[in-house]
Design a protein around this ligand. Structure first.
Ligand code: SF4
Length: 489
């Protein structure tokens, strides 16, 4: 499909809105043309007159042809933004009619819709006005407006408790036992001997970076609020290797009980009693055991080498080891899954009663192996049904939503939502997703953030373990730059 622009270049936003309806479509772009092509196209023309601009959106797909026009006055305070938004709204209305699809978040394509509530409040609007804007300007559904407000209220006391000197530590273990077909992270399967051989050296460097980071934290007078060891799958490490990292963290930082400490156990095919003991002895109170689905056929289809029963066994082992805060991740939209299958998975998770359940909408990034094999439109409705089901079922069972974020290219432009039983909110998830606190991140692919009012500075580590090792001196230099910035905070 071709997308044409004349008198404007709002490519980014128009493509995003078009993708809500045609997630897998390949688009070509043409600028400054007034000629419509003979095949399918979307066209955005802006003509400026004396006091206002006339905007025209034209859509042709097969036999369907539709055109909408609108005017935007030059006196609009944010004229360019208003033109862009008006184009987006017209396109949205036309594509809704053409496809019969009604994306729940309307034209809001950003990652953190809940942020808009805070921005609105900061600019003096009332909650009612903000909600009205969600609905009339952005076409957000009632149910998502409710969800955003609920999450905002859950987060507010946590965010208010943050002081400018607070930080969280993130430790990256970018290895997994095998690669899931839907994964878009940089994670290395240890089935590849080359990747596996590098782990001991990687961990030695990681220890150095953890120690260096603790010096920075001390030097800058920072207060540790939470630790998250994630990946990948940290429990893919041998127990001694895992202990090498957790011992290092324990020695480098002061782990008072107020510090929230999470280790992602992740996949059932990596969890053993010995590793759970290492995690427990490290002082970590929270773990994730992630089924993704309890349907064995779906687990096989996505390349996970374990069964649903193994997940349950690991969960019971973790309970017996004394873990009283367990998270389970589920994914809506996995290949071969169905709304019924997803409903069974969710109900099984609820039956097990973990303290947290996180529901992700499958992200179909280009890197994932299955990208080329999916049928966007059919999957769209099924995923929406799954996410809707979890949005009703979990609150009815005592789980409240407390954080939300969206990824680009998520099926149905849907969201990932973390639900928790009262008293079990994961602070780190709020800190990282809402970008409200400094994150000192270590390891390959890790991104540190220095958060100041109206500004976030990011410091990137190299993505791959081999680069991380060979470029380690660069990483320390970047950390020194981060130190200098943090001293000013
Ligand atoms: S376990 Fe997670 S990080 Fe690892 S391959 Fe699967 S989806 Fe990716």
């Amino acid at each position: 499909m071709t997308i044409l622009f004349n008198g404007n270049r709002f490519k980014y936003e128009m493509e995003n809105v078009a993708r809500l309806f045609f997630p897998l479509q390949h688009f070509q772009f043409q600028y400054d043309t007034t000629e419509f092509p003979s095949d399918d196209f979307l066209a955005f023309f802006r003509e400026e007159y004396e006091t206002e601009a006339e905007l025209t959106v034209t859509v042709q797909q097969g036999d369907y042809f539709r055109q909408e026009k609108s005017q935007v006055s030059f006196s609009e305070a944010e004229y360019e933004n208003e033109c862009e938004a008006e184009f987006a709204r017209m396109l949205y209305r036309i594509l809704e009619e053409l496809t019969g699809v009604h994306p729940r978040w309307g034209i809001l394509t950003g990652i953190r819709p809940v942020h808009r509530i805070q921005h609105g409040l900061d600019s003096g609007k009332s909650r009612r006005e903000i909600n009205e804007e969600f609905s009339s300007r952005f076409y957000v559904s009632e149910e998502k407006i409710r969800l955003s407000n609920l999450i905002f209220d859950q987060q507010a006391p946590v965010i208010e408790s943050i002081s400018p000197k607070d930080f969280s530590l993130y430790v990256s273990i970018p290895y997994c036992p095998s690669r899931c077909s839907y994964c878009s992270f940089v994670s290395h399967s240890i089935t590849q001997q080359k990747a596996k051989k590098l782990i001991p050296e990687y961990l030695n460097y990681l220890v150095k970076e953890i120690n260096f980071t603790s010096e920075i934290a001390r030097d800058c007078g920072l207060r540790l609020r939470s630790i998250y060891i994630g990946g990948g799958t940290p429990t893919v490490l041998e127990p001694e290797q895992l202990a090498q990292i957790t011992d290092c963290v324990k020695n480098a930082f002061t782990l008072i009980p107020e510090v929230e400490y999470t280790i992602e156990a992740g996949r059932a095919d990596t969890i053993t009693q010995q590793k759970l003991d290492v995690i427990r002895n490290a002082g970590a109170g929270r773990i994730s055991i992630n089924p993704q689905t309890f349907e064995d056929g779906v687990l096989r289809a996505v390349g996970r080498n374990h069964t649903a029963n193994q997940v349950v066994e690991c969960y019971e082992m973790a309970r017996a080891t004394g873990f009283d805060c367990i998270n389970m991740d589920l994914i809506a939209g996995l290949p071969t899954d169905t709304p019924d299958g997803f409903a069974r998975s969710l109900q099984r998770a609820i039956f097990l009663q973990p303290e947290n359940i996180t529901v992700h909408a499958l992200s179909v990034k280009r890197a994932a192996d299955l990208y080329a094999t999916m049928d966007g439109s059919e999957d769209y409705r099924a995923v929406q049904q799954m996410v809707d089901f979890s949005g009703n079922e979990l609150p009815q069972n005592g789980y409240l939503p407390y954080y939300l974020y969206r990824q680009k290219n998520t099926l149905g432009n849907l969201e990932n939502v973390g639900y928790a039983k009262p008293g079990y909110i994961g602070l780190y998830n709020i800190f990282i997703m809402e970008e409200v606190q400094h994150i000192l991140a270590v390891g390959a692919g890790a991104v540190s953030k220095v958060v100041r009012p109206g500004r976030i500075d990011r410091f990137f580590n190299f993505k791959y373990p081999y680069e991380y090792i060979s470029g380690f001196s660069d990483i320390l230099e970047r950390k020194n730059a981060l130190r200098n910035l943090l001293k000013e905070v």
